[in-house]
Design a binder for this molecule. Structure first.
Ligand SMILES: N[C@@H](CCC(=O)N[C@@H](CS)C(=O)NCC(=O)O)C(=O)O
Length: 244
C-alpha cells in the first residue's frame, strides 16, 4: 500500500509549495517508495490534529502509522527501509562492520544542513517570497496566514517583505556556502544526492513554486545542481507547477 502524505497546496491544488514537504517527497523518491499526496491547507489543521496530534505538514501515514515532521520522517524512512538507498550516505557500506556508525555520521552532517536551512536559508527566502505565498493561497487560508505571520514578525507582511531587491541580494549571500561546495562537487552529498541536497533543494523548490522572479541563474553552480535535481526521479520536481 502506498504511503500517504499531507502536502501544503495553494488555491490551485496542484501548486505544492512547502519546502518541508519537498524534502520529504524527494526523500521518498530517493527510497523508491510510492506516495499518494493529499492536498492540505492551513484550514485543515483540525484533521492533522486528530490524525497525528500535529498542526504542520508534512505528515506521512505508512502502514497505518502517522509520522510527523520532515526530519523525523527522514529518520523514520532510514530506520524502517534500511535496505533501500540511504538518505544519509550509508550506501554500499550497509551490512559491513561500522556501517551503523557511518550512517550516524551522515545523519549528523545532514542535521547541520537541516538546522542551517531552517534557521538561515528559509528565513532569507521568506523575505523574498512572502507576498507571493499570500497571492497563491486558497481564499480560506489568507486571513490566517496574514495574522499568524504578522504576529510572528511584529510587522505587516508588506513591511517585512519590503525591498525585494535587497532581500534577493541577501539570499544570494546566504547561499554562498552551498555555491562554494557545489563548485567542487556535483552534489552536497558528494557524487550523488543525499538528504542534505533535498533539504536545500526543497527551499529553492518552494521559491520556484510561487515566485516569478528567478533566484538562481547560470553560471551559478547552484543553478546546474538545481536543474539536475529538477530532472531526478523522472522529473518529479520539474513536473510540479512552478515559474523557473
Ligand atoms: N519542522 C517542521 C516544520 C513544518 C512546517 O512549518 N510546515 C509548514 C508548511 S511549510 C506548516 O505546516 N505550517 C503551519 C502553520 O504555519 O500554521 C518540519 O520540518 O516538518
Amino acid at each position: 500500500m502506498a504511503i500517504t502524505m499531507y502536502d501544503l497546496a495553494g488555491a490551485d491544488e496542484s501548486r505544492r509549495f512547502s519546502p518541508f514537504c519537498w524534502r520529504t517527497k524527494m526523500a521518498l523518491a530517493h527510497k523508491g517508495l510510492e506516495v499518494e499526496t493529499i492536498p492540505w491547507r492551513y484550514a485543515d489543521k483540525p484533521l492533522l490534529k486528530q490524525l497525528a496530534n500535529w498542526e504542520r505538514v508534512p505528515v506521512i501515514v505508512d502502514r497505518g502509522r502517522p509520522v510527523a515532521d520532515s526530519w523525523a520522517i527522514a529518520n523514520y524512512l532510514e530506520d524502517v527501509y534500511p535496505e533501500r538507498p540511504s538518505l544519509f550516505g550509508a550506501g554500499p557500506a550497509s551490512g559491513r562492520a561500522g556501517a551503523a556508525q557511518l550512517n550516524e555520521v551522515g545523519a549528523a552532517a545532514a542535521r547541520f544542513v537541516n538546522s542551517w536551512a531552517d534557521a538561515a536559508l528559509n528565513g532569507s527566502i521568506s523575505r523574498v517570497v512572502l507576498l507571493d505565498i499570500l497571492n497563491h493561497l486558497a481564499e480560506g487560508d489568507r486571513a490566517y496566514f496574514r495574522a499568524s505571520r504578522e504576529a510572528r514578525f511584529g510587522m505587516t507582511l508588506e513591511a517585512y517583505a519590503g525591498d525585494r531587491d535587497a532581500h534577493i541580494a541577501a539570499l544570494r549571500q546566504v547561499l554562498e556556502p552551498v555555491r562554494l561546495t557545489l563548485a567542487g562537487q556535483p552534489y552536497l552529498g558528494g557524487g550523488a544526492p543525499l538528504y542534505s541536497d533535498y533539504i536545500v533543494f526543497g527551499s529553492l523548490q518552494w521559491a520556484r513554486s510561487i515566485c516569478p522572479v528567478r533566484l538562481v541563474d547560470p553560471p551559478d553552480p547552484i543553478d546546474a545542481w538545481r536543474n539536475r535535481l529538477l530532472d531526478a526521479f523522472g522529473g518529479l520536481a520539474r513536473r510540479a507547477p512552478g515559474y523557473w
